[in-house]
Design a protein around this ligand. Sequence first.
Ligand SMILES: Cc1cc2nc3c(=O)[nH]c(=O)nc-3n(C[C@H](O)[C@H](O)[C@H](O)COP(=O)(O)O)c2cc1C
Length: 205
Amino acid sequence: MTTPIKLAVVYYSSTGTITEIAKEIAEAAEKAGAEVRLVKAAELAPQSAIDSNAAWAANHAATAEVAVATPADVEWADAVIFGTPTRFGNVSSQLKQFIDTLGGLWAQGKLADKVYSGFVSTATTHGGQESTLLALYNSIHHFGGIIVTPGYTDPAKFVDGNPYGTSHVDAQGNNPVGDATRTAARIQAERVVKLATALKNGLGA
Ligand SMILES: Cc1cc2nc3c(=O)[nH]c(=O)nc-3n(C[C@H](O)[C@H](O)[C@H](O)COP(=O)(O)O)c2cc1C
């Protein structure tokens, strides 16, 4: 009998794009048989900054009930999918701050041998999707984690075109998450569940 995997989807989103992709990934992973925790990195920005942007304020309110991620979520998980908007081609400080709280688990070797993957959104087409995902994946090497990317493992990946992870161009809020991104999210979720399940059951055998 195959033991199902536990998946943590840990994301940060200001204006809601990454929230949408995170939900799609969580739903697809559940359908693929994983037990899923969808958790958000804690907000670091002052309330005045959030209130200055209607989309940010709306996403902040809409996700108020989403649990704030803790290291225990990563310890619990067999696989972790991280999501972040790009910040000058890099990981958002909010998600990075969460990653930096994992030092205690790292020191105990508890981040190793898990499957990790990432997703991203940018405002512009060449705005740093790949650099952000590669920067995120730097940390996974230090964890001793196993990075599972979508690659071009499905014909639909030639539509969205990003083998590093699901990505979306939001065009400053003018391009909501649509079919191509949702399909990429599902492919990534299913692939992470498939390989994490194989790893969990293979190592456990
Ligand atoms: C400080 C800051 C830096 C950003 N840097 C970039 C960037 O380098 N390239 C880009 O295309 N978009 C950049 N953006 C835009 C966001 O990454 C983009 O709109 C993203 O899709 C927002 O995701 P969210 O809706 O989940 O917050 C930046 C936004 C902020 C606030």
